[in-house]
Write a protein that binds this ligand. Sequence first.
Ligand code: HEM
Length: 582
Amino acid sequence: MDLVFAEKALLGLFAAVTLAIVVSKLCGKRFKLPPGPRPVPIFGNWLQVGDDLNHRMLTGMAKRFGDIFHLLMGVRNLVVVSSPELAREVLHAQGVEFGSRTRNVVLDIFTGKGQDMVFTVYGDHWRKMRRIMTVPFFTNKVVQQNREGWEEEIRLLVEELRRNPKAATEGVVIRRRLQLMMYNNMFRIMFDRRFESEEDPLFNKLKAINFERSRLSQSFEFNYGDFIPVLRPFLRGYLNRCREVKERRLRLFHEQFVAERKKMMEEQGSKFELKCAMDHILDAERRGEINYDNVLYIVENINVAALETTLWSIEWGIAELVNHPAIQIKLRRELDTVLGSAQLTEPDLVRLPYLNAVVKETLRLRMAIPLLVPHMNLHDAKLAGFDVPAESKILVNAWWLANNPALWKDPEQFRPERFLQEEAGVEANGNDFRFLPFGVGRRSCPGIVLALPIIGISLGCLVHNFELLPPPGKDRVDMAEKAGQFSLQIMTHSTVVCKPTKLCHRCQKGNNAGRAELPSRAMSPWIPYLHRRVFVRRNCIAVIVLDAGLLLELCLLSTITLRLVTPPGFTSNSKDCETAEE
Ligand code: HEM
């Protein structure tokens, strides 16, 4: 930074301080603000509280100032609510008043100042985007159309892990393969496309640029320039980098994915059948409801909102299960009893209460978006008897609502049983204001309909097929948290040992077809017993070829194939079978 620039910045700062004090004295409105630390001019509370406004730090402040408190971060008003009653007020009772979103300087860039859906203010544009996205993304029909794809993706993952000898001994960073699975789950829905392997160059390009987008927007590094506009020139480099990443990313979406579907649509004209989500979105563009930029921002939103959150949750779930072997065993017992050795599918989820409890407990303790996506009031509003100035950023500390010992028994413990005992009936859909992993109300997460089955299928299949263990020499995996602007990720992508269980899913080609013929798999606890005891092989074909020379008169050669038949749906747990298939 040159001296002239520094001099100008300091002069600007001085002028702004003076102006702000004068203006606030002359025409400042008299608000009865919620309690909070006393702000100083220009900086507000920034110097006292710093940049790292994560859920734990804000919980500490709630203990000091109460369930509603106010921070002035430079020029930005921030109101944090930390009780179920106030969450209800913000998200439900005054859902319209507080239904907008704030964007910081970085999100302004990545969303084209709110041309997307997630970060746009509450109004006509948001309503239109949400309506257009609902049919292709957020209905149960989408789940039913795509669930076999998700089941296939996790099956491929399981097969790869079983084939990898390292997985069962040294362990693997399972997250890397899960990431490919998650991309495939979403890109199948969006574009009817998938990536072949972790080495796929396009997958790697996409992953890298999504990572950079996420890193730049989740960092607390740029807060000072966002809070104190006069310091913004110092952010020039950072914001230029954001602009460059955004341009490259949208170009990638356009060139590699959207343009392909658009071309197909144009070429086939009226004969074109809407097949994947993008076709519906492009159809809306063709009808003039949205423009092409909106189309690209929808792809941007899904790449962030759907992929990362779900992946983080699966990763947290695995880590908790590794560190709680007794819970893992109990879960595996449920899966064995209900499914036998058939692969878990989406319709099975309703019959797996303990698995559902594990998913909920993961979302409670390790909430991927612990402060929800920031809300905002467009106009001056009232909350709990206090004034909330227009355009305040409203944070609902959903993590604290779900982890406050005054509201939950032993909340710091990972104990799925709670959702079958004292908290039975509490769902992740917001039927209880203490538990809001997806928010609730107008701006709640519409992706819950996809996220819950994907997490359930993924965790369930992994535990059904593998004993998940810490790497050799360690007795647990690291659970340190990494908080971002509004994310809660696991800090270390741990190595996990995946020791195959006695199941032999690799021997279950056509498993689903076979299962359908089983009478009442879930209701019959003796079926898994039978699997183990009676039927030792399936699809293992023994071929015996007799010497053709001895049977010349019978033409060319004679081959006798002996097939050891197993009734459909019944599979083997035999080790021999595994070796034969290898
Ligand atoms: C475990 C996975 C997920 C979690 C924990 C999660 C959580 C959330 C939360 C907390 C919000 C904000 C709610 C609020 O501000 O009141 C949200 C919004 C949103 N989520 Fe999710 N989400 C997940 C998966 C998904 C998926 C799979 C999709 C899409 C397929 C998705 C799409 C969205 C969208 C579009 C919004 C913005 C809604 C709006 O502003 O109107 N999410 N999500």
